[in-house]
Design a protein around this ligand. Structure first.
Ligand SMILES: *Cc1c(COP(=O)(O)O)cnc(C)c1O
Length: 405
């Protein structure tokens, strides 16, 4: 059978095939960068239009009668359904970086009665996460030191000095998926807390925060949650930690009674204590639509398709691109892989540009990595086939000095 036909048939029997129509997609574009620059949900435009109408006609009604004031916690609970968190433990806040700052400070503070002073992380963690950890140690928790240990060894380095282990659930480059429950258990045995970054897992990889005994987590709104450009991120604090959990940016909306306008700060009893000021409302509405779309898909089908797309991408790349020096990076076992595949090529930069000209959008991670995000709600099996075929053609052209006859 014609190989492309085989992938068309996989699409025809894909249980998620109807989800694609919920996105405002152009036919001539494929978003392999859907894990940060993906297409908008169709419903987002209506939601924002409605907000603009309220803004014009009666903005006060928006805040009070249309639930804008409660939306940070409401959308938080909706995200909670996707990441296995019971209501009241997730809230939308600022950017992931700022949210991480808040939780890291709070985690260090809740360990302040102990001798523990180390923030343990991985040198290949997302740079912003590393910068934030360094900033916390430098400007706020001045007794703290940041220790960087490769993820493969991290579990053996959780000792009695460690206050907080801070890790990405899925690595932004290699897609390595870490065993959350095992690391939580090991850290808890040693008396440490764990703070997870779910940016590359939420919405595409099964996440069960409560069941895994997770303490703290942050995640990004504009990746697989489809929140759109600059969408705010979210924070999770487990119920058992929440009553004593403090964060350093104590603004009025984290107050238990903000509209009493009292001069003394008293934190809200619940997850709202993590918030600070007015939410970025228009972005929050867009995030809420993205989350609603994401939550409509069966998570088991999402993971199954994500794995199948990854396997297809890797098998096709090995078969058709290896001879041009293109190397598949990251874990070979799909059980340890998130939802993106990175290829290494000396021609990465040129390939990214030429693929974009053919409508395949992806991300370049310098110097030589091409990252393909496989968002199962809008990427089709034929998209994977066509993209690898396009890469093969482009690489053949560069070898033969012109298009193949
Ligand atoms: C995308 C991403 C972020 C994004 O941070 P912002 O502050 O929201 O821009 C943070 N951490 C990780 C691991 C990411 O992948």
């Amino acid at each position: 059978m014609d190989q492309r036909r085989y992938f068309e048939q996989l699409d025809a029997s894909d249980p998620l095939r109807d989800m694609r129509a919920l996105f405002d997609l152009r036919d001539d574009r494929v978003f392999f960068n859907g894990n940060s620059l993906g297409p908008p949900p169709r419903a987002t435009a209506n939601r924002l239009d409605e907000a603009l109408r309220l803004w014009r006609d009666d903005m006060n009604a928006g805040w009070w009668d249309h639930g804008w004031l409660r939306l940070s916690t409401l959308t938080g609970d909706r995200i909670g359904e996707i990441i296995g968190a019971a209501p009241g433990q997730v809230v939308v806040g600022e950017s992931t970086s700022v949210n991480l700052f808040k939780l890291l400070c709070g985690a260090m503070e809740s360990q302040s009665g102990s001798e523990r002073s180390v923030i343990l992380t991985d040198p290949d963690n997302f740079p912003s996460d590393l910068y934030i950890a360094d900033g916390v140690a430098r400007y706020v928790q001045r007794q703290a030191t940041v220790r960087r240990t490769p993820t493969d060894e991290i579990i053996d380095h959780i000792d009695s000095d460690v206050a907080v282990v801070m890790l990405s659930h899925v690595d932004y480059r290699t897609a390595q998926l870490l065993p959350m429950r095992r690391i939580n258990e090991r850290a808890h045995e040693a008396g440490a807390l764990v703070l997870w970054d779910l940016s590359h897992s939420a919405g595409v990889v099964p996440v069960e925060l409560d069941a895994a005994g997770t303490d703290l987590a942050v995640g990004c709104g504009y990746k697989y949650l489809n929140g759109g450009p600059g969408a705010p991120g979210y924070m999770y604090v487990a119920h058992r930690l929440l009553p004593r959990f403090e964060q350093p940016i104590t603004g009025w909306l984290g107050h238990t009674r903000p509209f009493d306008f009292t001069a003394e700060y008293r934190p809200d009893a619940g997850i709202a204590r993590l918030t600070t000021g007015c939410p970025p409302l228009l972005s929050l509405l867009a995030l809420d639509e993205g989350v609603a779309l994401t939550a409509r898909a069966d998570p088991v089908a999402v993971r199954a398709k994500s794995v199948a797309l990854g396997e297809s991408f890797i098998a096709l790349s090995r078969a058709r691109l290896a001879r041009y020096g293109v190397e598949v990076t990251g874990p070979a076992d799909s059980a340890q892989r998130g939802s993106h595949v990175s290829l290494r090529s000396a021609q990465a930069e040129r390939l990214a540009k030429d693929l974009a000209a053919r409508g395949f959008h992806l991300e370049l991670r310098p110097p030589d990595l091409l990252r393909f995000g496989l968002a199962p709600l809008h990427i089709r099996y034929v998209d994977v086939f066509d993209c690898v075929a396009a890469m093969e053609e482009l690489l053949a052209e560069s070898v033969h000095g012109g298009p193949r006859r």
